[in-house]
Design a protein around this ligand. Structure first.
Ligand SMILES: NC(=O)c1ccc[n+]([C@@H]2O[C@H](COP(=O)([O-])OP(=O)(O)OC[C@H]3O[C@@H](n4cnc5c(N)ncnc54)[C@H](O)[C@@H]3O)[C@@H](O)[C@H]2O)c1
Ligand SMILES: O=P(O)(O)OC[C@@H](O)[C@@H](O)[C@H](O)[C@H](O)CO
Length: 462
């Protein structure tokens, strides 16, 4: 079968994207593809391996998005670089005056943050980037690229974080500032003050469910289109992007393609992180423990649907609704999206990196509920399910559950333990997940112990 290929010239690059995973191809690139302006091609940078570069480069950057039996061809990715071997080219692009926007989807762990959200300058890769080697970390690449941009007087740039982090723009701005502050003072001051006057970091809320692509998905798309597409991604029909309108330089006219520009993204972000992602993670851990493969399977299980509805009811009162949004309708829509059997989003994929996800998805909402005098029963069960997943490492049928987490070493001590109180107390000590305050809430700790005890003893129903 012939391979998918670009027909005609690629658009000129105006956006550089770090982390060309499945999500960016189904979200940022689709919005940008719909913009009728040839100046807004994307140069996508793979972060840690050349796989996506090798899938897309032979196709001229073109690929399909498979949604409900239809394949949409996307041509916005004009160029792909392998960040692990082409660092100089990445830095050159960040210093190119024709590039005025840098976007990021590098996963929560890609930012190398401490428990308090600062840059982890003890991380060996961060230290090596600070010492001046060709940078490997995302923040190192951004700052070294901006240093070149300042030297080239290439003008302002906007950095748009599209990862599922709260206040994601401010979070990246802080990390960039920390990196500058950790450089030798003359060097750090110079780049830091250039960034302060030339770069903005608007926050954004991004939403589209995009599972990892499988060979079966590629075969399905090939049967529909008659061409082989190694860069295919699969996505649900729903898509949303709410973006703060704080750009330092020209940008694609994304508002023409459905992006909501706003002064304050916070209410959208809190709503999505708690009511979508919080429920997603709860279903992922409980679903995996009960032996369900996908989120759609998990939410079709009546017991888990009750839990999902309970998490929504627990966390909705902690969410200030964005103007015009009815949170109960939002919650119903979320559950209907999860139920889409065409998505095949595996529980273990959503379950990965729990230490990076739990704080904004479940723990912050639990803390708000506790502060309001309530122990949120189902959101607590979501946290307990993560703890049981970590401790048990096996589902109800004895199949191994992967512990894929950058803090796996911190979790190892509870792996295989059966004493619920010991598991809860050890995990509550992880400040990066729970902060310093929550472990002292005795009511909550006791509720967690009860849930973990029941999950460790094999009961996966609430
Ligand atoms: N997939 C979704 O449904 C979805 C929806 C909304 C938001 N997002 C956001 O997008 C992110 C990526 O999702 P995806 O589906 O594209 O995943 P993916 O696995 O397809 O791609 C992840 C990308 O991040 C890079 N990366 C991973 N670990 C890194 C590290 N330690 N340092 C630097 N780069 C690293 C990878 O190299 C890759 O480019 C998510 O973590 C989330 O924050 C995803
Ligand atoms: O992509 P992650 O790993 O941050 O989280 C897994 C899912 O919860 C997430 O990707 C959702 O599908 C997404 O946030 C929906 O917009």
């Amino acid at each position: 079968m012939r391979r998918l290929r670009r027909q005609g010239p690629a658009p000129a690059v105006g956006v550089v994207h770090l982390g060309l995973g499945a999500f960016a191809r189904a979200h940022l690139a689709v919005y940008t593809d719909e913009v009728d302006a040839t100046g807004w091609g994307i140069c996508g940078v793979t972060q840690r391996s050349a796989t996506v570069r090798d899938q897309l480069a032979p196709q001229g950057g073109v690929y399909g998005v498979l949604t409900g039996g239809h394949v949409r061809i996307v041509g916005a990715v004009a160029r792909v670089l392998d960040g692990s071997t082409q660092v100089a080219a990445v830095l050159d692009l960040l210093a190119d005056p024709r590039v005025t926007v840098a976007t990021l989807t590098v996963t929560e762990k890609g930012y190398r943050r401490t428990a308090s959200g600062g840059l982890d300058t003890a991380d060996p890769d961060v230290r090596a980037d600070l010492a001046g080697r060709p940078p490997v970390t995302v923040v190192g690449r951004l700052v070294r690229g901006l240093q070149r941009r300042a030297a080239a007087d290439a003008g302002p740039l906007t950095v748009v974080c599209c990862d599922n982090l709260p206040a994601n723009g401010a979070a990246v701005e802080r990390l960039v500032g920390d990196f500058c502050a950790a450089l030798p003072s003359a060097e750090g001051d110079a780049v830091g003050s250039w960034i302060a006057t030339h770069v903005t970091f608007p926050s954004s809320m991004v939403d589209r469910i995009v599972p990892a692509t499988t060979d079966a998905d590629r075969a399905e798309a090939a049967a529909l289109t008659g061409v082989r597409d190694e860069g295919l991604v699969v996505a649900e029909p729903f898509s949303q992007w709410v973006l703060e309108d704080r750009f330092a330089a020209p940008r694609p006219p994304w508002e023409r393609t459905g992006v909501q520009l706003t002064d304050d993204v916070t209410p959208y972000e809190v709503m999505k992180l708690r009511l979508l992602n919080g429920v997603h993670s709860t279903l992922a851990y409980l679903g995996a423990l009960r032996g369900h493969r996908t989120i759609a399977d998990a939410v079709a299980d009546p017991a888990l649907r009750t839990v999902a509805e309970g998490v929504l009811a627990d966390l909705a009162p902690t969410v200030p609704p964005p103007s015009g949004v009815d949170l109960s309708v939002y919650g119903e829509t979320v559950l209907a999206r999860f139920a889409d059997p065409g998505l095949r989003h595996t529980c273990v994929q959503v379950a990965m990196d729990g230490t990076q996800k739990l704080p904004q998805r479940l723990v912050s909402g639990v803390a708000d509920a506790l502060a309001a005098g309530r122990v949120p029963r189902y959101a607590t069960l979501g946290v307990a399910a993560w703890m049981a997943y970590v401790a048990l490492g096996r589902d109800a049928a004895g199949r191994e559950l992967p512990l894929d987490d950058p803090r796996a070493a911190d979790l190892a001590s509870v792996r295989g333990r059966t004493d619920a109180a010991a598991v809860v107390d050890a995990l509550l000590r992880l400040d990066a997940v729970f902060g310093p305050g929550l472990r002292d809430d005795v009511r909550w700790r006791d509720a967690l112990v009860e849930d973990v005890k029941s999950l460790l003893s094999g009961s996966t129903t609430p």
